[in-house]
Design a protein around this ligand. Structure first.
Ligand code: ATP
Ligand code: MG
Length: 418
C-alpha cells in the first residue's frame, strides 16, 4: 500500500481528554475513529489489525472442531423473558418498534440454545460446538477506555453442547489451552493470566484471561509460581491461590480479554434443550460458553505494547509487517525504492510504502506512531552505498544491510521466528 494513497492520515488533533492510551494512539495513528462514546469506525489500517486478530481466533476455533455460524444481532424479547434476563441485564439495548419489543444482542445464549434444540435430540448428536465472530451491543455506563469498553464491540462467542459434565470438563480444558495459545500468538503470552472468577450458581468457578497493564479496569491477584491469578470476586471468598494454596499474591491492574464459563444446564433448562441417551432416558444438555473480545484484545495489545512515540505491534497482528520509507525525491532513489517495494510484495511481504512528499522527520514520527514492526529506509545515502537501513520498531539503533542480503535477512532473522 502506498501511503500517499491511504484513506487516512495520522492526526495530532485528538483531544487530550481522550482518556485511554489505546484510544489516543489508535485515533492518532488512523486506526479507528470515534463516532460517539464507545462506538468506533475501524479505518483501513485498524480493520486489517482486527481481521488479523479475528483470523487467529477463527483458526484456533476451527482447530478445536467448532463450526462457525453467524447469528442475528437484532433479537425478539420473548427468549429473553424465558431466561429472565429481559429485566435483569442492565446493559441491554432495548428497542420498541410499533408494539413489538426487540433488543440488540449483548451475548447469544438466548438465540443459540433454542437453535440447538432444532438439531440436538439424541446422544448421537453430541458433542457439538459452534461459534461466531460478531458485533455485540451493550449500554455500558462508562465507555471511557477506547476499544477496551465499547457500547458496540466485537466478540468471538463459542458455545458447546455435551452429554455429560465430564465431557464438558474435557472440552473446557481444550478451550483453555487454546486461549493461552491465542494470547501468546497475539504477543500477550507473558502478561496474560488464567484467572479464577466466580462461577455463579451453576459452577464453582468460571475463568477469565486477564492481561496485566497499568491502566486496566480490573484488579487481579497473581500467584507468580503457578502463573495463575484470582479476581476480585474470589479474593472476597478466599485469599489463597486455588492451585497451590499460597497466600503470597501480587495485586495488579488488568484487562479481561476472555471469559470461559461452564453454563451446565442454566440455559438448556428454560429452553428445554434435551437429548435422549442410549437407554432412552432424557437429560438436559450441559453447555459451555467461551467469550473473547477481539476488539478489546486489539486495545489491550496497544495498552501493553507501545512506547512514548507510538504503537509497537507484534508481527502477527500488525496491519503491514514492513514499513518502507523513501527519504528522497531524487529520481534514481525513488526508482530504487519503488522497485524494492514491488520486489518485497512479490515475495509475499505486506508493505506500507511511505512515498509521500513530506519531510523525513514527519515520516519517522508517523512510522513510530503507526508502529509497523520492521522499518526499512531508502535515501540518497543508502543508494550510494547499495544498502538499506533496517530497524525493528522497538530497537533504538538502525543497521545498514547490503541490498542483496535483505531478503535472506528478513527470512532468517525476522519472519522465521514466528
Ligand atoms: P466486563 O466484566 O469487562 O464488563 P464481561 O464479563 O461482562 O466483561 P463477557 O460477557 O464475559 O464480559 O464477554 C466476553 C468478552 O467480551 C470479555 O471477556 C471481553 O473480552 C469482551 N467484552 C465484554 N464487554 C465488552 C465491552 N463493553 N467492550 C469490549 N469488549 C467487551
Ligand atoms: Mg467477565
Amino acid at each position: 500500500m502506498k501511503q500517499s494513497t491511504l484513506f487516512t492520515k495520522t492526526r495530532k488533533d485528538i483531544s487530550a481528554k481522550e482518556q485511554s492510551i489505546n484510544a489516543q494512539l489508535l485515533e492518532r495513528g488512523g486506526y479507528v475513529s470515534k463516532l460517539m462514546a464507545g462506538v468506533f469506525t475501524y479505518l483501513p489500517l485498524g480493520w486489517r489489525v482486527l481481521q488479523k486478530i479475528e483470523d487467529i481466533v477463527r483458526d484456533s476455533m476451527n482447530e478445536l472442531g467448532a463450526q462457525e455460524l453467524l447469528m442475528p444481532a437484532l433479537q425478539p424479547k420473548e427468549p429473553w423473558q424465558i431466561t429472565g434476563r429481559w429485566d435483569d441485564v442492565d446493559v441491554l439495548y432495548k428497542l420498541k418498534v410499533g408494539d413489538r419489543d426487540f433488543c440488540l444482542g449483548p451475548t447469544h445464549e438466548e438465540v443459540i440454545t433454542p437453535l440447538a434444540d432444532q438439531f440436538i435430540t439424541s446422544y448421537k448428536d453430541l458433542p457439538r460446538a459452534v461459534y461466531q465472530i460478531q458485533t455485540k451491543f451493550r449500554n455500558e455506563a462508562r465507555p471511557k477506555s477506547g476499544l477496551l469498553r465499547g457500547r458496540e464491540f466485537r466478540m468471538k462467542d463459542l458455545y458447546s453442547f455435551h452429554t455429560t459434565k465430564e465431557d464438558l470438563d474435557r472440552y473446557y480444558d481444550d478451550v483453555k489451552a487454546m486461549y493461552i495459545r491465542i494470547f501468546k500468538r497475539c504477543g500477550l503470552g507473558d502478561i496474560t493470566y488464567f484467572t479464577y472468577a466466580s462461577g455463579g450458581s451453576f459452577s464453582k468457578y468460571s475463568h477469565e484471561f486477564q492481561t496485566v497493564t497499568p491502566y486496566g479496569e480490573d484488579t487481579i491477584f497473581i500467584c507468580t509460581p503457578c502463573h495463575v491469578a484470582i479476581n476480585h470476586e474470589i479474593i472476597d471468598e478466599q485469599s489463597t491461590c486455588p492451585e497451590c494454596n499460597s497466600s503470597e499474591l501480587v495485586e495488579k491492574k488488568s484487562i479481561e480479554v476472555g471469559n470461559i464459563f461452564k453454563l451446565q444446564t442454566r440455559f438448556s433448562e428454560p429452553f428445554d434443550l434435551t437429548y435422549v441417551d442410549s437407554n432412552d432416558k432424557e437429560h438436559h444438555v450441559p453447555m459451555g460458553c467461551y467469550g473473547l473480545g477481539t476488539s478489546r484484545l486489539m486495545g489491550a495489545i496497544v495498552e501493553a505494547l507501545h512506547d512514548d512515540k507510538g504503537i509497537c505491534w507484534p508481527l502477527t497482528v500488525a496491519p503491514y509487517t514492513i514499513h518502507l520509507l523513501l527519504l528522497s525525491q531524487t529520481a534514481e532513489t525513488k526508482t530504487q525504492a519503488q522497485e524494492l517495494y514491488e520486489q518485497l510484495q512479490k515475495k509475499g511481504y505486506e508493505v506500507l510504502f511511505d512515498d509521500r512528499d513530506v519531510r523525513p522527520g514527519q515520516k519517522f514520527a508517523d512510522a513510530d506512531l503507526i508502529g509497523i514492526p520492521v522499518r526499512l529506509v531508502i535515501s540518497d545515502k543508502t543508494r550510494e552505498l547499495q544498502r538499506v537501513e533496517f530497524k525493528h520498531r522497538s530497537d533504538v539503533d538502525a543497521s545498514l544491510l547490503p541490498l542483496d542480503e535483505l531478503d535472506t535477512y528478513l527470512m532468517q532473522q525476522v519472519f522465521q521466528q514466528n
